[in-house]
Design a protein around this ligand. Structure first.
Ligand code: NAD
Length: 335
């Protein structure tokens, strides 16, 4: 069986995949799967890739032999699961490789904003060692609102608790063990928005969470609150977020994820005659550019997962997923 490993690049990982053995032949490809390279791999039985791969029906329909997609990520919103079901293509993910990894990044963004780390470091890089005029704020005693209390959200709760913050939580399915924690209070979504000093998003991208933080929700947030998003870009209406920050209603935002990240990564796609972006995509891209240039916003390029430890776990689990599929006992299936 031929496995095409998209977004390859780490020699050690490629070696680990190549050692799969049996009749599994691995072809590493540096780029993510997209319309430009799909036809070169029409003989693929298995494909594997990160969140940047295009696993839409339009692309998958050009891979006639495909039987299995091993997503090297937790989120699988880039996979057309309905199409896969109809064609009998199985899909696996890496359910929990980086709960702390992502929660730590959320706090990294928050601390960088609360202590003005980026402008201070930029000044010293320029040789300017004068005291930073920009005053920060402390986390201790602040209300930390966690939207989505799954694997990552619960690590964020532990970290917030360690910082001496009070924790407000919201989830469609609250966890009984978290409900029992004396330092965590489940509240309604609206109460969380109204009471939290910091709102941190940890829900998956689904039709229900699409635009979950829109203009109305931003208006409900406390004046001077901070929004942190390490979940998925489509959960937030970024044009509305620009407005909330420009009006000073929100003090700051830390964003690791944005809508249509592939378009932002490859600006040439804006001008591709065969796949012109929609008005919604253009609006989101303009908002993303505006946000990235704002002094009270930090944007990282979907980097929350990117630690040596998390990568090792992703590779190990994906190899186990592929081996289990090849042996006829697939694991970590989604959809
Ligand atoms: P998880 O499935 O363990 O937890 C998600 C939680 O969200 C669950 O408790 C679920 O009940 C809740 N939820 C789902 N829909 C909801 C809704 N409509 N309203 C309220 N709550 C809802 O997932 P996780 O491992 O904690 O990961 C969360 C998300 O983080 C992933 O889906 C992924 O999109 C994102 N992520 C980002 C990165 C990154 O590098 N930035 C890395 C890993 C994961």
């Amino acid at each position: 069986m031929k496995i095409v490993l998209f977004s390859a690049g780490e020699a050690a990982d490629e070696a680990a995949f190549s050692a799969l053995g049996g009749d599994l032949a691995v072809l590493p490809v540096m780029a993510p799967l997209d319309a430009g390279n799909v036809d070169a791999h029409e003989d693929a039985d298995i494909v594997s890739g990160f969140a940047g791969c295009d696993f839409s029906a339009a692309i998958l329909s050009r891979l006639p032999r495909l039987r299995f997609i091993a997503v090297r990520a937790t989120g699988f919103d880039n996979v057309d699961l309905a199409y896969c079901r109809a064609r009998g293509i199985l899909v696996s993910n890496v359910p929990a490789y980086g709960d702390s990894t992502v929660a730590e990044h959320a706090f990294g963004l928050l601390l960088a904003l609360s202590r003005r780390t980026v402008p201070c470091a930029e000044a010293t890089r320029r040789g300017d060692f004068t005291f930073c005029p920009d005053r920060g704020f402390e986390l201790r005693g602040k209300a930390f609102g966690v939207v989505g209390t799954g694997h990552i959200g619960r690590r964020a709760i532990e970290m917030a608790s360690g910082f001496g913050m009070t924790v407000l939580a919201y989830d469609a399915m609250p966890s009984p063990d978290l409900q029992a924690r004396p330092d965590t209070r489940y509240v309604t979504f609206n109460a969380l928005l109204a009471e939290a000093d910091i709102v941190s998003l940890h829900v998956p991208a689904t039709p229900q969470t699409d635009g979950m933080i829109g203009a109305a929700e931003l208006a409900r947030m406390k004046r001077g609150a901070v929004l942190i998003n390490t979940a998925r870009g489509q959960v937030v209406d970024h044009a509305a977020l620009v407005g909330a920050l420009e009006r000073g209603h929100l003090a700051a935002a830390g964003l690791d994820v944005l809508p249509d990240e592939t378009l932002l990564r490859h600006p040439d796609k804006f001008f591709a005659p065969d796949q012109a972006p929609s008005a919604t995509q253009l609006r989101a891209a303009l908002a993303a550019r505006a946000l990235a240039s704002m002094p009270n916003v930090i944007v990282t390029p979907h980097n929350a997962y990117n630690t040596q430890e998390a990568f090792r776990r992703i590779v190990e689990t994906t190899i186990a997923n592929i081996r289990a599929f090849a042996e006829g006992n697939p694991i970590n299936l989604v959809g």
